[in-house]
Design a protein. Structure first.
Length: 319
């Protein structure tokens, strides 16, 4: 099958060659003989109701000194490509939402968008975990100081975090008797004007915050456990955590079974679940990472599996 694949991403020259998941996806697509196109977020636009983009031909290679080559810019209809990977990193702000409107128009014009634009809007990465309460520790989403304080008093040891953060930014652990509870709530909620999430602290974070990758509702079978640095409660690699590969536990597999059908039903082809101990904490849908690390540890080809899944979806669309 001849496929034209476009990627919407952050500036490619700024990515981390060693770890970047989008690069792995592009390399897997190129190995299949697919033609690649590169788009930055500000290159998306609508013209007379049609989804358009300023795009460039792209080729990649797994060479840290020279891992991409771009052609000249051209203005093209997004309908001229077969599939678009939306891989723009958060923040999930108004511009991100506007981008999904443009991508949704491309979808109406017959393009497969991964992940589905409506689902990107609907599935906040923090709040969407609450769709599966059977998988979660006690959790509260609120901007009310008294509700957040009551949750803290009941649970005694909690995590507070913003709904739009990434890489562990803005995450606070409040232990019993912490005198800073009021100022932390005021800071995170911006004096009651922004919703935040409160979760019961899960001590098993010392064994790692596990990232489980899902392709079309099915797990890849392994997880990357991100271990917090000394004196840290965040396992995020961006916050200084270290990583090790682990096989999924029975509980992990059960969580995947609980979540998977909803992901598949909503067109979320590539998702990263975050699990600490026995509990689901986040459902990452915007630009999940950790392909490269899991591939290296377990000799996998996760990006290749994703491209095979995309190829099957394209065949279904064409049929």
């Amino acid at each position: 099958m001849t496929v034209k694949l476009a990627v919407v991403m952050d500036p490619i020259q700024s990515i981390n060659f060693k770890k970047d998941t989008t690069l792995a996806m592009l390399n897997a697509a190129q190995k299949k003989g697919w033609q690649l196109f590169y788009i930055e977020q500000d290159g998306l636009y609508l013209e007379d109701g049609k989804a358009m983009a300023i795009m460039q031909d792209l080729s990649v290679e797994m060479n840290p000194q020279s891992f991409f080559t771009l052609g000249p810019e051209s203005r093209q209809s997004l309908a001229e490509v077969d599939v678009i990977l939306m891989r723009k990193d958060p923040p999930f702000n108004r511009e991100f939402i506007y981008s999904t409107y443009i991508l949704e128009q491309a979808e109406r014009e017959g393009v497969l968008v991964v992940n589905k634009p409506q689902a990107l809007r609907d599935f906040n990465e923090k709040v969407s975990a609450t769709l599966f309460p059977q998988c979660c520790t006690p959790v509260l989403v609120s901007r009310k100081k008294e509700l957040l304080q009551d949750f803290y008093k009941a649970q005694k040891d909690v995590i507070f975090k913003p709904l739009d953060g990434m890489g562990g930014t803005g995450i606070f652990r409040i232990k019993p008797g912490d005198p800073n509870i009021s100022v932390i709530i005021e800071t995170l909620t911006e004096y009651g004007t922004r919703q935040i999430m409160a979760q019961t602290f899960i001590p098993e974070i010392t064994s790692g915050d596990k990232r489980i990758l899902m392709i079309d509702g099915k797990s890849v079978g392994y997880a990357l456990a991100r271990l917090p640095a000394a004196n840290e409660t965040r396992g995020n690699l961006a916050a200084g955590g270290t990583a090790k590969g682990v096989e999924l536990s029975d509980r992990d597999r059960w969580i995947c079974e609980q979540v998977g059908p909803t992901l598949k039903e909503n067109g979320l082809l590539f998702v990263g679940l975050d699990v600490i101990g026995d509990y689901l904490t986040e459902v990452n849908v915007t630009s999940p990472t950790c392909i490269r690390e899991l591939d290296e540890i377990f000799n996998l080809d996760i990006a290749g599996d994703l491209m095979n899944c995309i190829e099957q979806k394209l065949q279904e669309l064409r049929d």
